[in-house]
Write a protein that binds this ligand. Structure first.
Ligand SMILES: Nc1ncnc2c1ncn2[C@@H]1O[C@H](COP(=O)(O)OP(=O)(O)OP(=O)(O)O)[C@@H](O)[C@H]1O
Length: 887
């Protein structure tokens, strides 16, 4: 792939690469001018900014500061982007992780600058991609904010704080972060609007739209060559670009903060202080303790600051004398940042698709060489022997390659099948596969010089001698249960890199298969195509995470026991998150403590222990302390235990594959793992259960007949009830995606004895509660998107002049997309009837005029109006709300 900018930065200077630091001074704003404040700073050339009033005061601070670039108050964001920042940002296209930050005091212009920079950079990325015909690109978009030391997913309606996990290869990763396959510019604008609407902003006396959180927008770019003629190009490059808009440092006295704003300010200042300390220490060299872990911000940005990333920092200043101290602090930060070095390198990931193609190509080449050797006949006897020896070695190599190729292919097919991709579209289906054995025939008769093979292989990033070894020792091997689909060529890997969902990846990733033609997610499509919000979310945001009951319930608990490769490194503050998390749950979904305990029982993934009741029936025990029957322990018959062990083994083997696909494999008798599918197991269990249950019945009946007795009416009834309850349980298990392990235990141990009724009822209650919770979470998620899309639709009901006068009435800045979007959402919330939209708009206009100390109109509105209800008109609720507010 060609370089995207002429002036490439040299990555190999031995000491790493310096952060590109620029300073931008914004113009004086209306408030500063009204107070007759003076402007303190002047950019005397492209690199130096000086303090203008040096002669009037004696100060310990320097008066002139030099940086990679400085921009005066007349500069445009385009200029700031074009010089330096662009080069750093676009390195992502060459497989280098990059980060662009804006740092500065509140109201100094960080959001103003970063909004433009983000759009210019992504626009250039799109342009570059559209001009590349020899590589295929996959873009994934994600966004978070760090608010009051909690990490939130800006693309999810669920405000639950996300956890940070330490991954040995990727560093700190945000657990369960939504990642969306980015389609085009319109899609990007939609996503940025959703982020803007979701981001916490608030009014302070210094900035009426002050960002109260740090925002990180992340774009991951993977590119794979279409052509596989050169070994290097068979690899996938994958890298991320972060656009970081930090919250501004602030002084409570200046921002006149109190209450909520003061608390936010405290968190903001603390994390910026840690960022400052990290930068200061890094500027003295990477040795010694760097306190990355002291704040979520520095943990997340660790790679961008001292690790594998190319970084640019734009420090923004207010020129006003009132802010002199803050401006000097910003410049001191910038001075330290100048000396920080990162060690960016190209991230190459070899996807299995590339690997299969590469192996195939290599085998074809060997085949040709063998043919050529066969053609040569005038060799001496010694030389013929030598060649025969080489040929034997090569035969072995060919066998190895065949095996590796087949394994890589099988693995890829497995992944594609899981993603629902039509396998007929796979590139190698039609191409004649090369059969190693037929080559042996050629080899025997001819002569051959194998030296060129290893020479060729070693020339690339992949080397023939290590090909099979690399595969075996890499992150993938035939029996691996790892869900990583790629083989690393250079470490570290920046992300899993095939464009298909991997069932249990660290992030909640969804991207569309290459052949999937995605419609533009525009609101017309959504509003008029009778598509439900849930379908819409699934289509555009990927599979609903709430379908995965385990993950969701773990999220609800704020803690996980999952056995993934990450090390859980949560600290005190994250315990708070978990608490907050539970608090949320308590407010929204959970009515009583006992129910929450129940759900924990069901969701606990630590290996259950078996207990049996005195009635010889048993239950699954997730957490013995919370089980009402845990004291009644007894040993389960050994036969069942071995059954269970076997089932557990199969369950763990089956974690990657869906029930359907395994069943398919079983039927096909294919090359893949043939362990029984969960569905098959379920059938076995049903059969088992029915068998035992029927056995009991038959025995009971025959006994009854023998004794001339009739089966008691109560027993018959119980049998019917049991049958019905069992059916319901299976239904709920399927709906809540309950793991096979739990199902297995349950049905091995509950045999239909009347004394089991209590356990069955407990199971039913737990499942019903779980189902209800999952439904609520997923509809809340759908609702946010629905609002976002519909609000735009509603605004489009107005002519442009109507819209303008509406915005004027609403008292909002026409340029402020964020405000407009929020108000449009508001508008949508208060009407479910398009006829009333204009009337509603007037009411919004009134509401926006409503002032109350410490409460924004939006907050008031959120408090007073219930969420959209389906049949009952929200319009009347709105009117009621308004009358409550004495309008
Ligand atoms: N270079 C500039 N030219 C013109 N206006 C600017 C410039 N920089 C900032 N502004 C204006 O100054 C105001 C504050 O800017 P902005 O919200 O970007 O500050 P911020 O640093 O992000 O503040 P906070 O940290 O409080 O979020 C906005 O109204 C913005 O339009």
């Amino acid at each position: 792939m060609g370089s995207i900018s002429g002036d490439e930065i040299n990555l190999e200077d031995g000491q790493g690469e310096k952060i590109f630091v620029s300073v931008r001074v914004r113009p004086m704003n209306a408030k500063e001018l009204a107070k007759n404040d003076t402007s303190d700073w002047e950019c005397v050339n492209n690199n130096t900014i000086v303090y203008k009033n040096a002669s009037t005061e004696r100060s310990m601070y320097p008066n002139a500061y030099t940086f990679d670039r400085v921009y005066g108050n007349e500069s445009t964001t385009r200029e700031v982007y074009e010089v330096g920042v662009k080069r750093v940002a676009l390195s992502v296209l060459n497989g280098i992780n990059t980060s662009i930050f804006a740092y500065g005091q509140t109201s100094s212009g960080k959001t103003y600058t970063m909004t433009g920079i983000t759009q210019y950079a992504i626009s250039d990325i799109f342009d570059h991609i559209s001009n590349q015909i020899d590589r295929e690109f996959v873009l994934k978009f994600s966004a978070i904010e760090i608010y009051n030391e909690c990490v939130r997913d800006l693309l999810s309606a669920d405000g639950t704080p996300l956890r940070l996990l330490d991954d040995p290869e990727k560093g700190t990763v945000v657990d369960k972060l939504t990642e969306i396959h980015l389609e085009d510019w319109t899609h990007l604008m939609e996503l940025l609007a959703v982020c803007e609407a979701q981001r916490k902003i608030g009014e302070t006396s210094m900035n009426e739209m002050s960002s109260r959180s740090h925002q990180i927008i992340r774009l991951t770019i993977e590119s794979t060559s279409n052509e596989f003629s050169v070994i290097d190009s068979a690899s996938t490059l994958t890298a991320t670009v972060n656009f970081v808009d930090l919250a501004g440092s602030e002084r409570a006295s200046q921002t006149l903060s109190a209450g909520k704003r003061l608390k936010e300010g405290g968190h903001i200042n603390r994390s910026l202080l840690t960022l400052g300390t990290v930068i200061r220490k890094l500027s003295k060299g990477p040795k010694g303790h760097i306190p990355y872990r002291d704040s979520k911000l520095t943990r997340i940005l660790q790679n961008s600051l001292g690790g594998n990333a190319r970084t640019a920092i734009i420090c923004t200043l207010s020129p006003a004398h009132t802010h002199l101290e803050q401006s000097r602090n910003t410049l001191l930060f910038a001075i330290c940042a100048k000396d920080v070095r990162t060690s960016a390198h190209v991230n190459v990931v070899m996807s299995e698709k590339a690997l299969v193609k590469q192996l195939q190509r290599e085998m074809a080449r060997l085949s040709n060489e063998v043919k050529n050797m066969s053609a040569s006949t005038n060799d001496s006897e010694v030389k013929v022997k030598e060649k025969e020896h080489k040929i034997q070695k090569m035969e072995q190599e060919v066998k190895d390659l065949t095996q590796e190729r087949d394994l890589a292919r099988a693995r890829l097919e497995e992944i594609l099948r899981a993603a629902g991709v039509d396998q007929n579209l796979l590139p190698w289906i039609d191409s004649g596969s090369w059969d190693g054995s037929s080559v042996s025939g050629h080899l025997r008769g001819g002569s051959w010089d194998g030296s060129s093979v290893s020479g060729h292989l070693r020339g690339g990033s992949w080397d023939g001698s290590s090909a099979s070894g690399h595969l075996r020792s890499g992150s993938w091997d035939e029996h691996s249960t790892s869900d990583t689909s790629d083989v690393a060529v250079n470490t570290p890997l920046s992300s899993a890199a095939v464009n298909i969902p991997l069932s249990s990846a660290a992030v909640n990733t969804y991207s569309f298969p290459k052949n999937h033609k995605l419609h533009n997610p525009n609101e017309d499509h959504y509003v008029f195509d009778n598509i439900t919000p849930r379908e819409f979310m699934n289509q555009y945001f990927g599979p609903d995470p709430t379908q995965d009951w385990e993950k969701t319930s773990q999220k609800l608990r704020g803690r996980t026991h999952s056995v993934d490769s990450f090390k859980d490194v949560e600290e005190g503050s994250e315990k708070d998150e978990a608490k907050a998390n539970e608090g949320n749950l308590g407010n929204s979904h959970v009515d009583d403590h006992s129910t929450r305990v129940s759900i924990e029982d069901v969701t606990c993934s630590k290996p259950p222990t078996l207990t049996r009741s005195t009635s010889c029936s048993a239950i699954v025990e997730g957490d013995s302390s919370s089980s009402p029957v845990s004291e009644k322990n007894a040993v389960v018959e050994s036969k069942s235990e071995s059954d269970i062990k076997e089932l557990c083994r199969q369950d763990s083997q089956s974690s990657f594959q869906s029930a359907d696909e395994k069943e398919m494999q079983q039927i096909d008798g294919g090359v893949l793992d043939l362990s029984p599918s969960s569905r098959t197991l379920e059938k076995v269990m049903e059969y088992d259960l029915r068998g035992r249950y029927k056995d009991n019945m038959v025995k009971g009946t025959s006994k009854a007949v023998e004794s001339g007795d009739k089966m008691k009416e109560g027993e018959k009834e119980w049998c019917l009830v049991f049958e019905e309850q069992r059916r319901k349980i299976i239904e709920l298990w399927n709906e809540c995606n309950i793991p096979l392990l739990h199902r297995t235990y349950f049905f091995l141990l509950i045999k239909g004895d009347p004394s089991d009724s209590v356990y069955i009822e407990v199971e039913l209650r737990r499942l019903s509660f779980l189902k209800q919770t999952l439904d609520e979470v997923s509809s809340a998620r759908a609702l946010t998107l629905e609002r976002a899309m519909l609000s735009r639709k509603l605004l489009s009901k107005f002519t442009s002049s109507e819209r303008e006068s509406l915005f004027v009435k609403w008292g909002i800045d026409l340029e402020s997309r964020n405000r407009r979007f929020q108000l449009a959402q508001l508008l949508w919330t208060l009407t479910d009837d398009f006829e009333h939209v204009k009337e509603s708009a007037d009411i919004v206009a009134k509401l926006v005029g409503f002032e109350e100390p410490n409460t924004t109109p939006m907050e008031l509105f959120a408090l007073s109006v219930p969420p959209k209800q389906e049949s009952q008109g929200i319009f009347s609720s709105w009117r009621n709300a308004l009358s409550l507010l004495r309008y």
